[in-house]
Design a protein around this ligand. Structure first.
Ligand code: SF4
Length: 488
């Protein structure tokens, strides 16, 4: 389904990409069913709370340095602002900037508003955002409550647009609409594509780099300079003006397939900016695939090859030592689908054995129409890895970890890493999206894993003192016994 910027909102991942949140089987079965359209979601008869797409959209957009957010919702929906503020400060520290708070206002909808509507509150919230922050754009995020009462956010914005001469962009990210919180990224990118990006007047040597905090920005600038290209890191820590010019770039690349699909493909479809459809740039195969594809779409293939050849040679002896030290260790991975399926590959590159791959959802295809590159790559390998899909359902995950007893649990979401540690399993929380980026990043990540297995006292001591909320009744049964059968 092409990305339609005439529509006011992005379709959810379930509707657009056939995303699922319930599955267990093997990587070959998962990919083969996805590629022949026979993969069905399995519902749960019990589920724990999970994250929400509104938090995802707000957290991402709140990093744009001269924009503001008005969240049309009860105050609780703005609780993710704490996380947004923390990561904002992290990104500011990386850049040596002064710490600032994110610019977010909640309209604080109440019970009364659910009956009578809150259009005046929303108008006041937008005017207040202008008064307080003097932003270059305002993103108006919806919520379950404004969605359920059918608040006409578009008409309210249209009415105010004559009075406020900056883009007012609605972001339709009601949590109840999708079980896949990454739908919130798409809602945010849809708002950027429809209200911020302008048609290109010229072409430049810039490359849109879709990411989060951008800790490797110096390194990426150096690498791209070898190809005579210049990165623009989007969307957090960019300006509204930089975002408006993304249509002029020579290409778009992403640190994450899940994150990049909507904006990358949207820019390609609407403005002809090629989107690099490769593995993620983590580890050897990922970095090679990413840089080669970028070289191909920008006509810099020989420069990319020369760089890869020179750099790969440098890490060979050290990588061999790391592989020897990690040989025999068993790892479980629990991450978003793109990071998860990419990290399984790099852990193998580091010499350890992945015994299970859990991902928080699975997109049967990306917006460019093919099954995710990282999943296909794994399925083409000889081993048929057991995998599962669940929207970070910790009860399933802890049951699984208790059964598999891996040496290391590698996660990208603190909400599960902390529980694995309390079970006595050494856990790595990959908070920085550039962990294991490229060749040197692979070595650094290898040393991090060696540290984890060398000293496991934190996990061991915690496990001795913490009583888990799960009883033996649950831990002794099949991890997926609460998944319903496929509906054919
Ligand atoms: S948008 Fe809905 S799911 Fe998200 S925080 Fe608000 S009420 Fe909860």
């Amino acid at each position: 389904m092409p990305i339609n910027i005439q529509n006011i909102e992005a379709a959810t991942r379930e509707n657009r990409l056939g995303a699922i949140t319930g599955y267990h089987g093997t990587i070959k079965d998962l990919v083969s069913k996805a590629t022949c359209c026979s993969l069905k979601n399995r519902e749960r008869c019990f589920s724990q709370t999970s994250a929400c797409s509104a938090g995802c959209a707000q957290g991402y957009l709140s990093g744009i340095v001269d924009a503001a957010i008005v969240n049309h919702a009860p105050i609780g929906c703005a609780s993710d602002a704490v996380y947004g503020n923390t990561t904002n400060k992290w990104g500011e520290k990386i850049r040596g900037w002064k710490h600032t708070n994110i610019r977010l206002i909640s309209t604080n909808m109440t019970e009364e508003d659910t009956v009578f509507g809150a259009s005046e509150k929303l108008k006041e919230g937008i005017r207040e955002a202008v008064r307080r922050f003097h932003p270059k754009a305002i993103f108006i995020t919806s919520s379950c409550v404004s969605g359920v009462i059918g608040e006409d956010i578009k008409s309210i914005i249209d009415e105010l647009q004559a009075e406020i001469p900056i883009p007012l962009a609605p972001v339709f990210c009601e949590g109840f609409k999708s079980k896949v919180w990454a739908s919130g990224f798409d809602a945010a990118f849809h708002a950027i594509l429809t209200k911020i990006v302008k048609p290109s007047e010229k072409k430049t040597n810039k490359v849109n780099m879709i990411n989060f905090r951008g800790s490797a920005k110096e390194e990426i600038s150096r690498i791209l300079a070898e190809l005579d290209l210049e990165p623009v890191f989007v969307a957090p820590f960019s300006t509204v003006e930089e975002l408006s010019k993304m249509s002029e770039s020579a290409a778009t690349i992403s640190i994450c397939g899940t994150l990049g699909s909507y904006l990358g493909n949207g820019l390609e479809e609407q403005y002809g900016v090629p989107y690099v459809k490769s593995l993620q740039p983590h580890g050897i195969a990922g970095f090679e695939s990413w840089l080669r594809e970028l070289g191909k779409v920008t006509g810099k293939e020989s420069e990319a090859e020369a760089y890869l050849k020179e750099q790969k040679k440098k890490i060979e002896p050290e990588l061999a030592e790391i592989r020897e030290k990690l040989n025999g260790y068993k790892v479980v991975v629990g991450m978003g689908p793109s990071f998860g399926h990419n990290y399984i590959r790099i852990i193998k590159e580091l010499g350890a054995e992945v015994v299970w791959g859990a991902t928080w959802h699975f997109d049967q295809h990306y917006d460019h129409g093919t099954c995710p590159e990282s999943s296909r790559k794994l399925s083409e390998e000889e081993t048929n890895l057991p995998v599962s899909v669940g929207d970070q359902q910790n009860f399933e995950l802890l049951n699984l970890l208790n059964r598999l007893k891996p040496d290391i649990y590698i996660s990208r979401h603190g909400g599960s890493a902390v529980w694995a540690t309390k079970m006595g399993i050494a856990s790595v929380m990959v908070a920085d999206e550039y962990s294991a980026f490229g060749f040197q990043g692979l070595l650094d990540f290898g040393y991090r894993l060696i540290d984890m297995v060398t000293n496991r006292s934190l996990a061991k001591n915690l496990a001795k003192r913490v009583k888990l909320p799960y009883t033996d009744w649950w831990l002794n049964q099949d991890s997926f016994s609460l998944l319903k059968e496929e509906v054919v």
